[in-house]
Structure formats: C-alpha cells, structure tokens
Write a protein that binds this ligand. Structure first.
Ligand code: GUN
Length: 291
C-alpha cells in the first residue's frame, strides 16, 4: 500500500491566495494594508533565512512588513523597548520576534511584552494559557502547529476520538500541537526523550505528529496501518547520490512509512510552507480585529 501525499505546498498556496484576496478586499474598502513587524536579534543564519522568507511572503500577499534588526549584543531593555514601540505603532497589526533569541536574553519576558492583540505567533503566555484551558480561546494559535492541524483537516482526517501521538514537547511545536489536538477531542500522548518503548507508543497512533529533529528516526514498522503522519522535522543528511551531496529528510523514514500509512506529509513540501501561510492568516486576523 502507498500512502496519499499531503501536499503542504499546494495547501499553503491556497491559504496565501485567500490572504491576498482578503487584503485586497480590505484595501478596496479603504482600510490600510495589514502590517507585520519582524524582529531579528543577532546573526543566526537560519533565523535570517526564515525572516527574509516571511518578509517576501508578506510582500506577495499585500501585507506591509516592517523589518527590525538588533545586534547580537542587544540588551534585554533594548529588545523590550523595541517591542513596546511596535505595540504602540498603529501601522503594525502583528509582531513576530524570531526565536531563538541570543543566549542571555530572557525569551519569556520578551514574549510577555508583546501586546496580545499583536501576538500573531501565539507565543504570549496568555495566548498559550488560553489554548491550554477549556472554554477559553486564544486570539492566535502558533503557526506551525496550526499548519499541522489545518493539513489534517483539509484532507479530511478525523481528529475527534483518534489516538494522536506527538513526538516532542517544544514550546513552538510539540506542546501547542498536543493542545490543539486535545481541543479537537483526540486522545493525546506526548512523547519525549525519556519515553519508554517509543516504537510501541507510536504503533498506537492514528495520527502522528513528529517534531523531534532526529533524521528518519521513526521507522516504517512503528507506524499503525492507515495512520496519518505529519512530519515537522527538517534535517539535512549526507547523500552522495544527490547533486549537493546531501538532502533534507524529516523525522520519519518516509520511504518506509509511506508503505504503511494512509496519509503522509513529504519533507520538504509538507509542513514547512504552512508556517508562513498561517502567519499571514494570523496577521490578517489581527488587522480585522484592530478594525
Ligand atoms: N523559530 C522557529 N519557528 C518559529 C516560529 O514559528 N516563530 C518564531 N517567532 N520563531 C520561530
């Protein structure tokens, strides 16, 4: 059996198209373009790439982006002062502080400074706290986990009542993904480095979200027949047969798993494109909430 591919690239494109149409409608109604501020602190090469991709996606969708860069040596006060200025700036609907911050900066305090109405990354403690509580609704949901759930819903995977296993408990992906699944009435198991019999736990998963950052760790014989697999991992491995000498793989061994699962995301082209698409969606939502 071969699983059906969940085409994140195509689904992200639809979301971006919808965002573009929403922005065009706002502008023709005489409203300003939505504005997103990006804050990049330091020189982390991966963060530089991500921020520049986010800015390009904004331009394409008609969202105004305001790029701010601070040096690696920026103090806690300098970062918080910038965020406070962005909070007060009416042109800006969403604020994105790219993570991780350089060592020595207190991430929690920085995220706490972002006005919750502009917290389009959904990392403010209040938004995360609301995500974790019954009967409360966050203003925004973190973009990568939101993208994972959106993919499942788009292809019609039933979440309610499913046994869902999340590999990884990071603040950015694993934990909010697990909370989103609980809110949709899945029975959720969160696995991490101390989990005993990981293959055995994964074998019970109707839905698997893998976000541990270990290349091809999940093998085909760990997969429950008929499962839906969302692979968040992006890992580079050596591959002499490839023109570059290396290639990108997920946390799941794709070639093995696709023979057992019903649905699977490819790497690249699965979850990756969804993060930016959901960021744009959250930014438009922020602009609408601002009136
Ligand atoms: N670093 C890795 N993923 C993300 C994300 O979704 N948002 C931010 N701000 N930083 C990240």
């Amino acid at each position: 059996m071969t699983a059906q591919l969940i085409d994140g690239k195509a689904i992200a494109e639809q979301v971006r198209q919808q965002v573009q149409e929403d922005v065009a409608a706002m502008v023709s109604a005489g409203k300003p373009k939505p504005g997103l501020a990006t804050v990049l602190v330091g020189e982390n090469p991966a963060s530089q790439v991500y921020v520049s991709m986010k800015q390009k996606a904004c331009a394409q969708a008609g969202v105004e982006s305001f790029g701010h860069k601070l040096p690696e040596t920026a103090t806690q006060e300098e970062v918080e002062k910038l965020v406070s200025e962005l909070n007060a700036d009416e042109r800006i609907n969403g604020i994105l502080v790219q993570l991780p911050l350089p060592a020595g900066l207190d991430e929690e305090r920085v995220l706490n400074t972002i006005s919750i109405e502009k917290d389009v990354d959904g990392f403010h403690p209040l938004n995360i706290g609301r995500l974790a509580q019954k009967g409360r609704d966050p203003l925004y949901v973190p973009c990568t986990p939101y993208g994972c759930i959106y993919l499942l819903e788009q292809v019609g995977v039933k979440i309610e009542g499913a046994n869902a296993v999340v590999l990884g408990r990071s603040n950015i992906v694993g934990m909010p993904a697990a909370l989103l699944l609980v809110r949709r009435n899945a029975t959720v198991t969160i696995c991490h480095s101390r989990t005993q019999d990981l293959p055995g736990v994964v074998r019970g998963a109707d839905i698997l979200i893998a976000a541990i950052g270990r290349a091809q760790m999940v093998r085909g014989d760990w997969i429950k027949p008929g499962a839906a697999i969302i692979d968040v991992g992006i890992n580079r491995i050596e591959d002499p047969s490839h023109p570059k000498g290396s290639r990108l793989v997920g946390d799941v061994h794709f070639d093995e798993a696709k023979e057992v699962a019903d649905w699977i995301t490819p790497v690249p082209g699965g979850v990756g494109p969804m993060t930016i698409a959901m960021l744009l969606r959250n930014t438009v939502r922020a602009a609408k909430l601002a009136g």
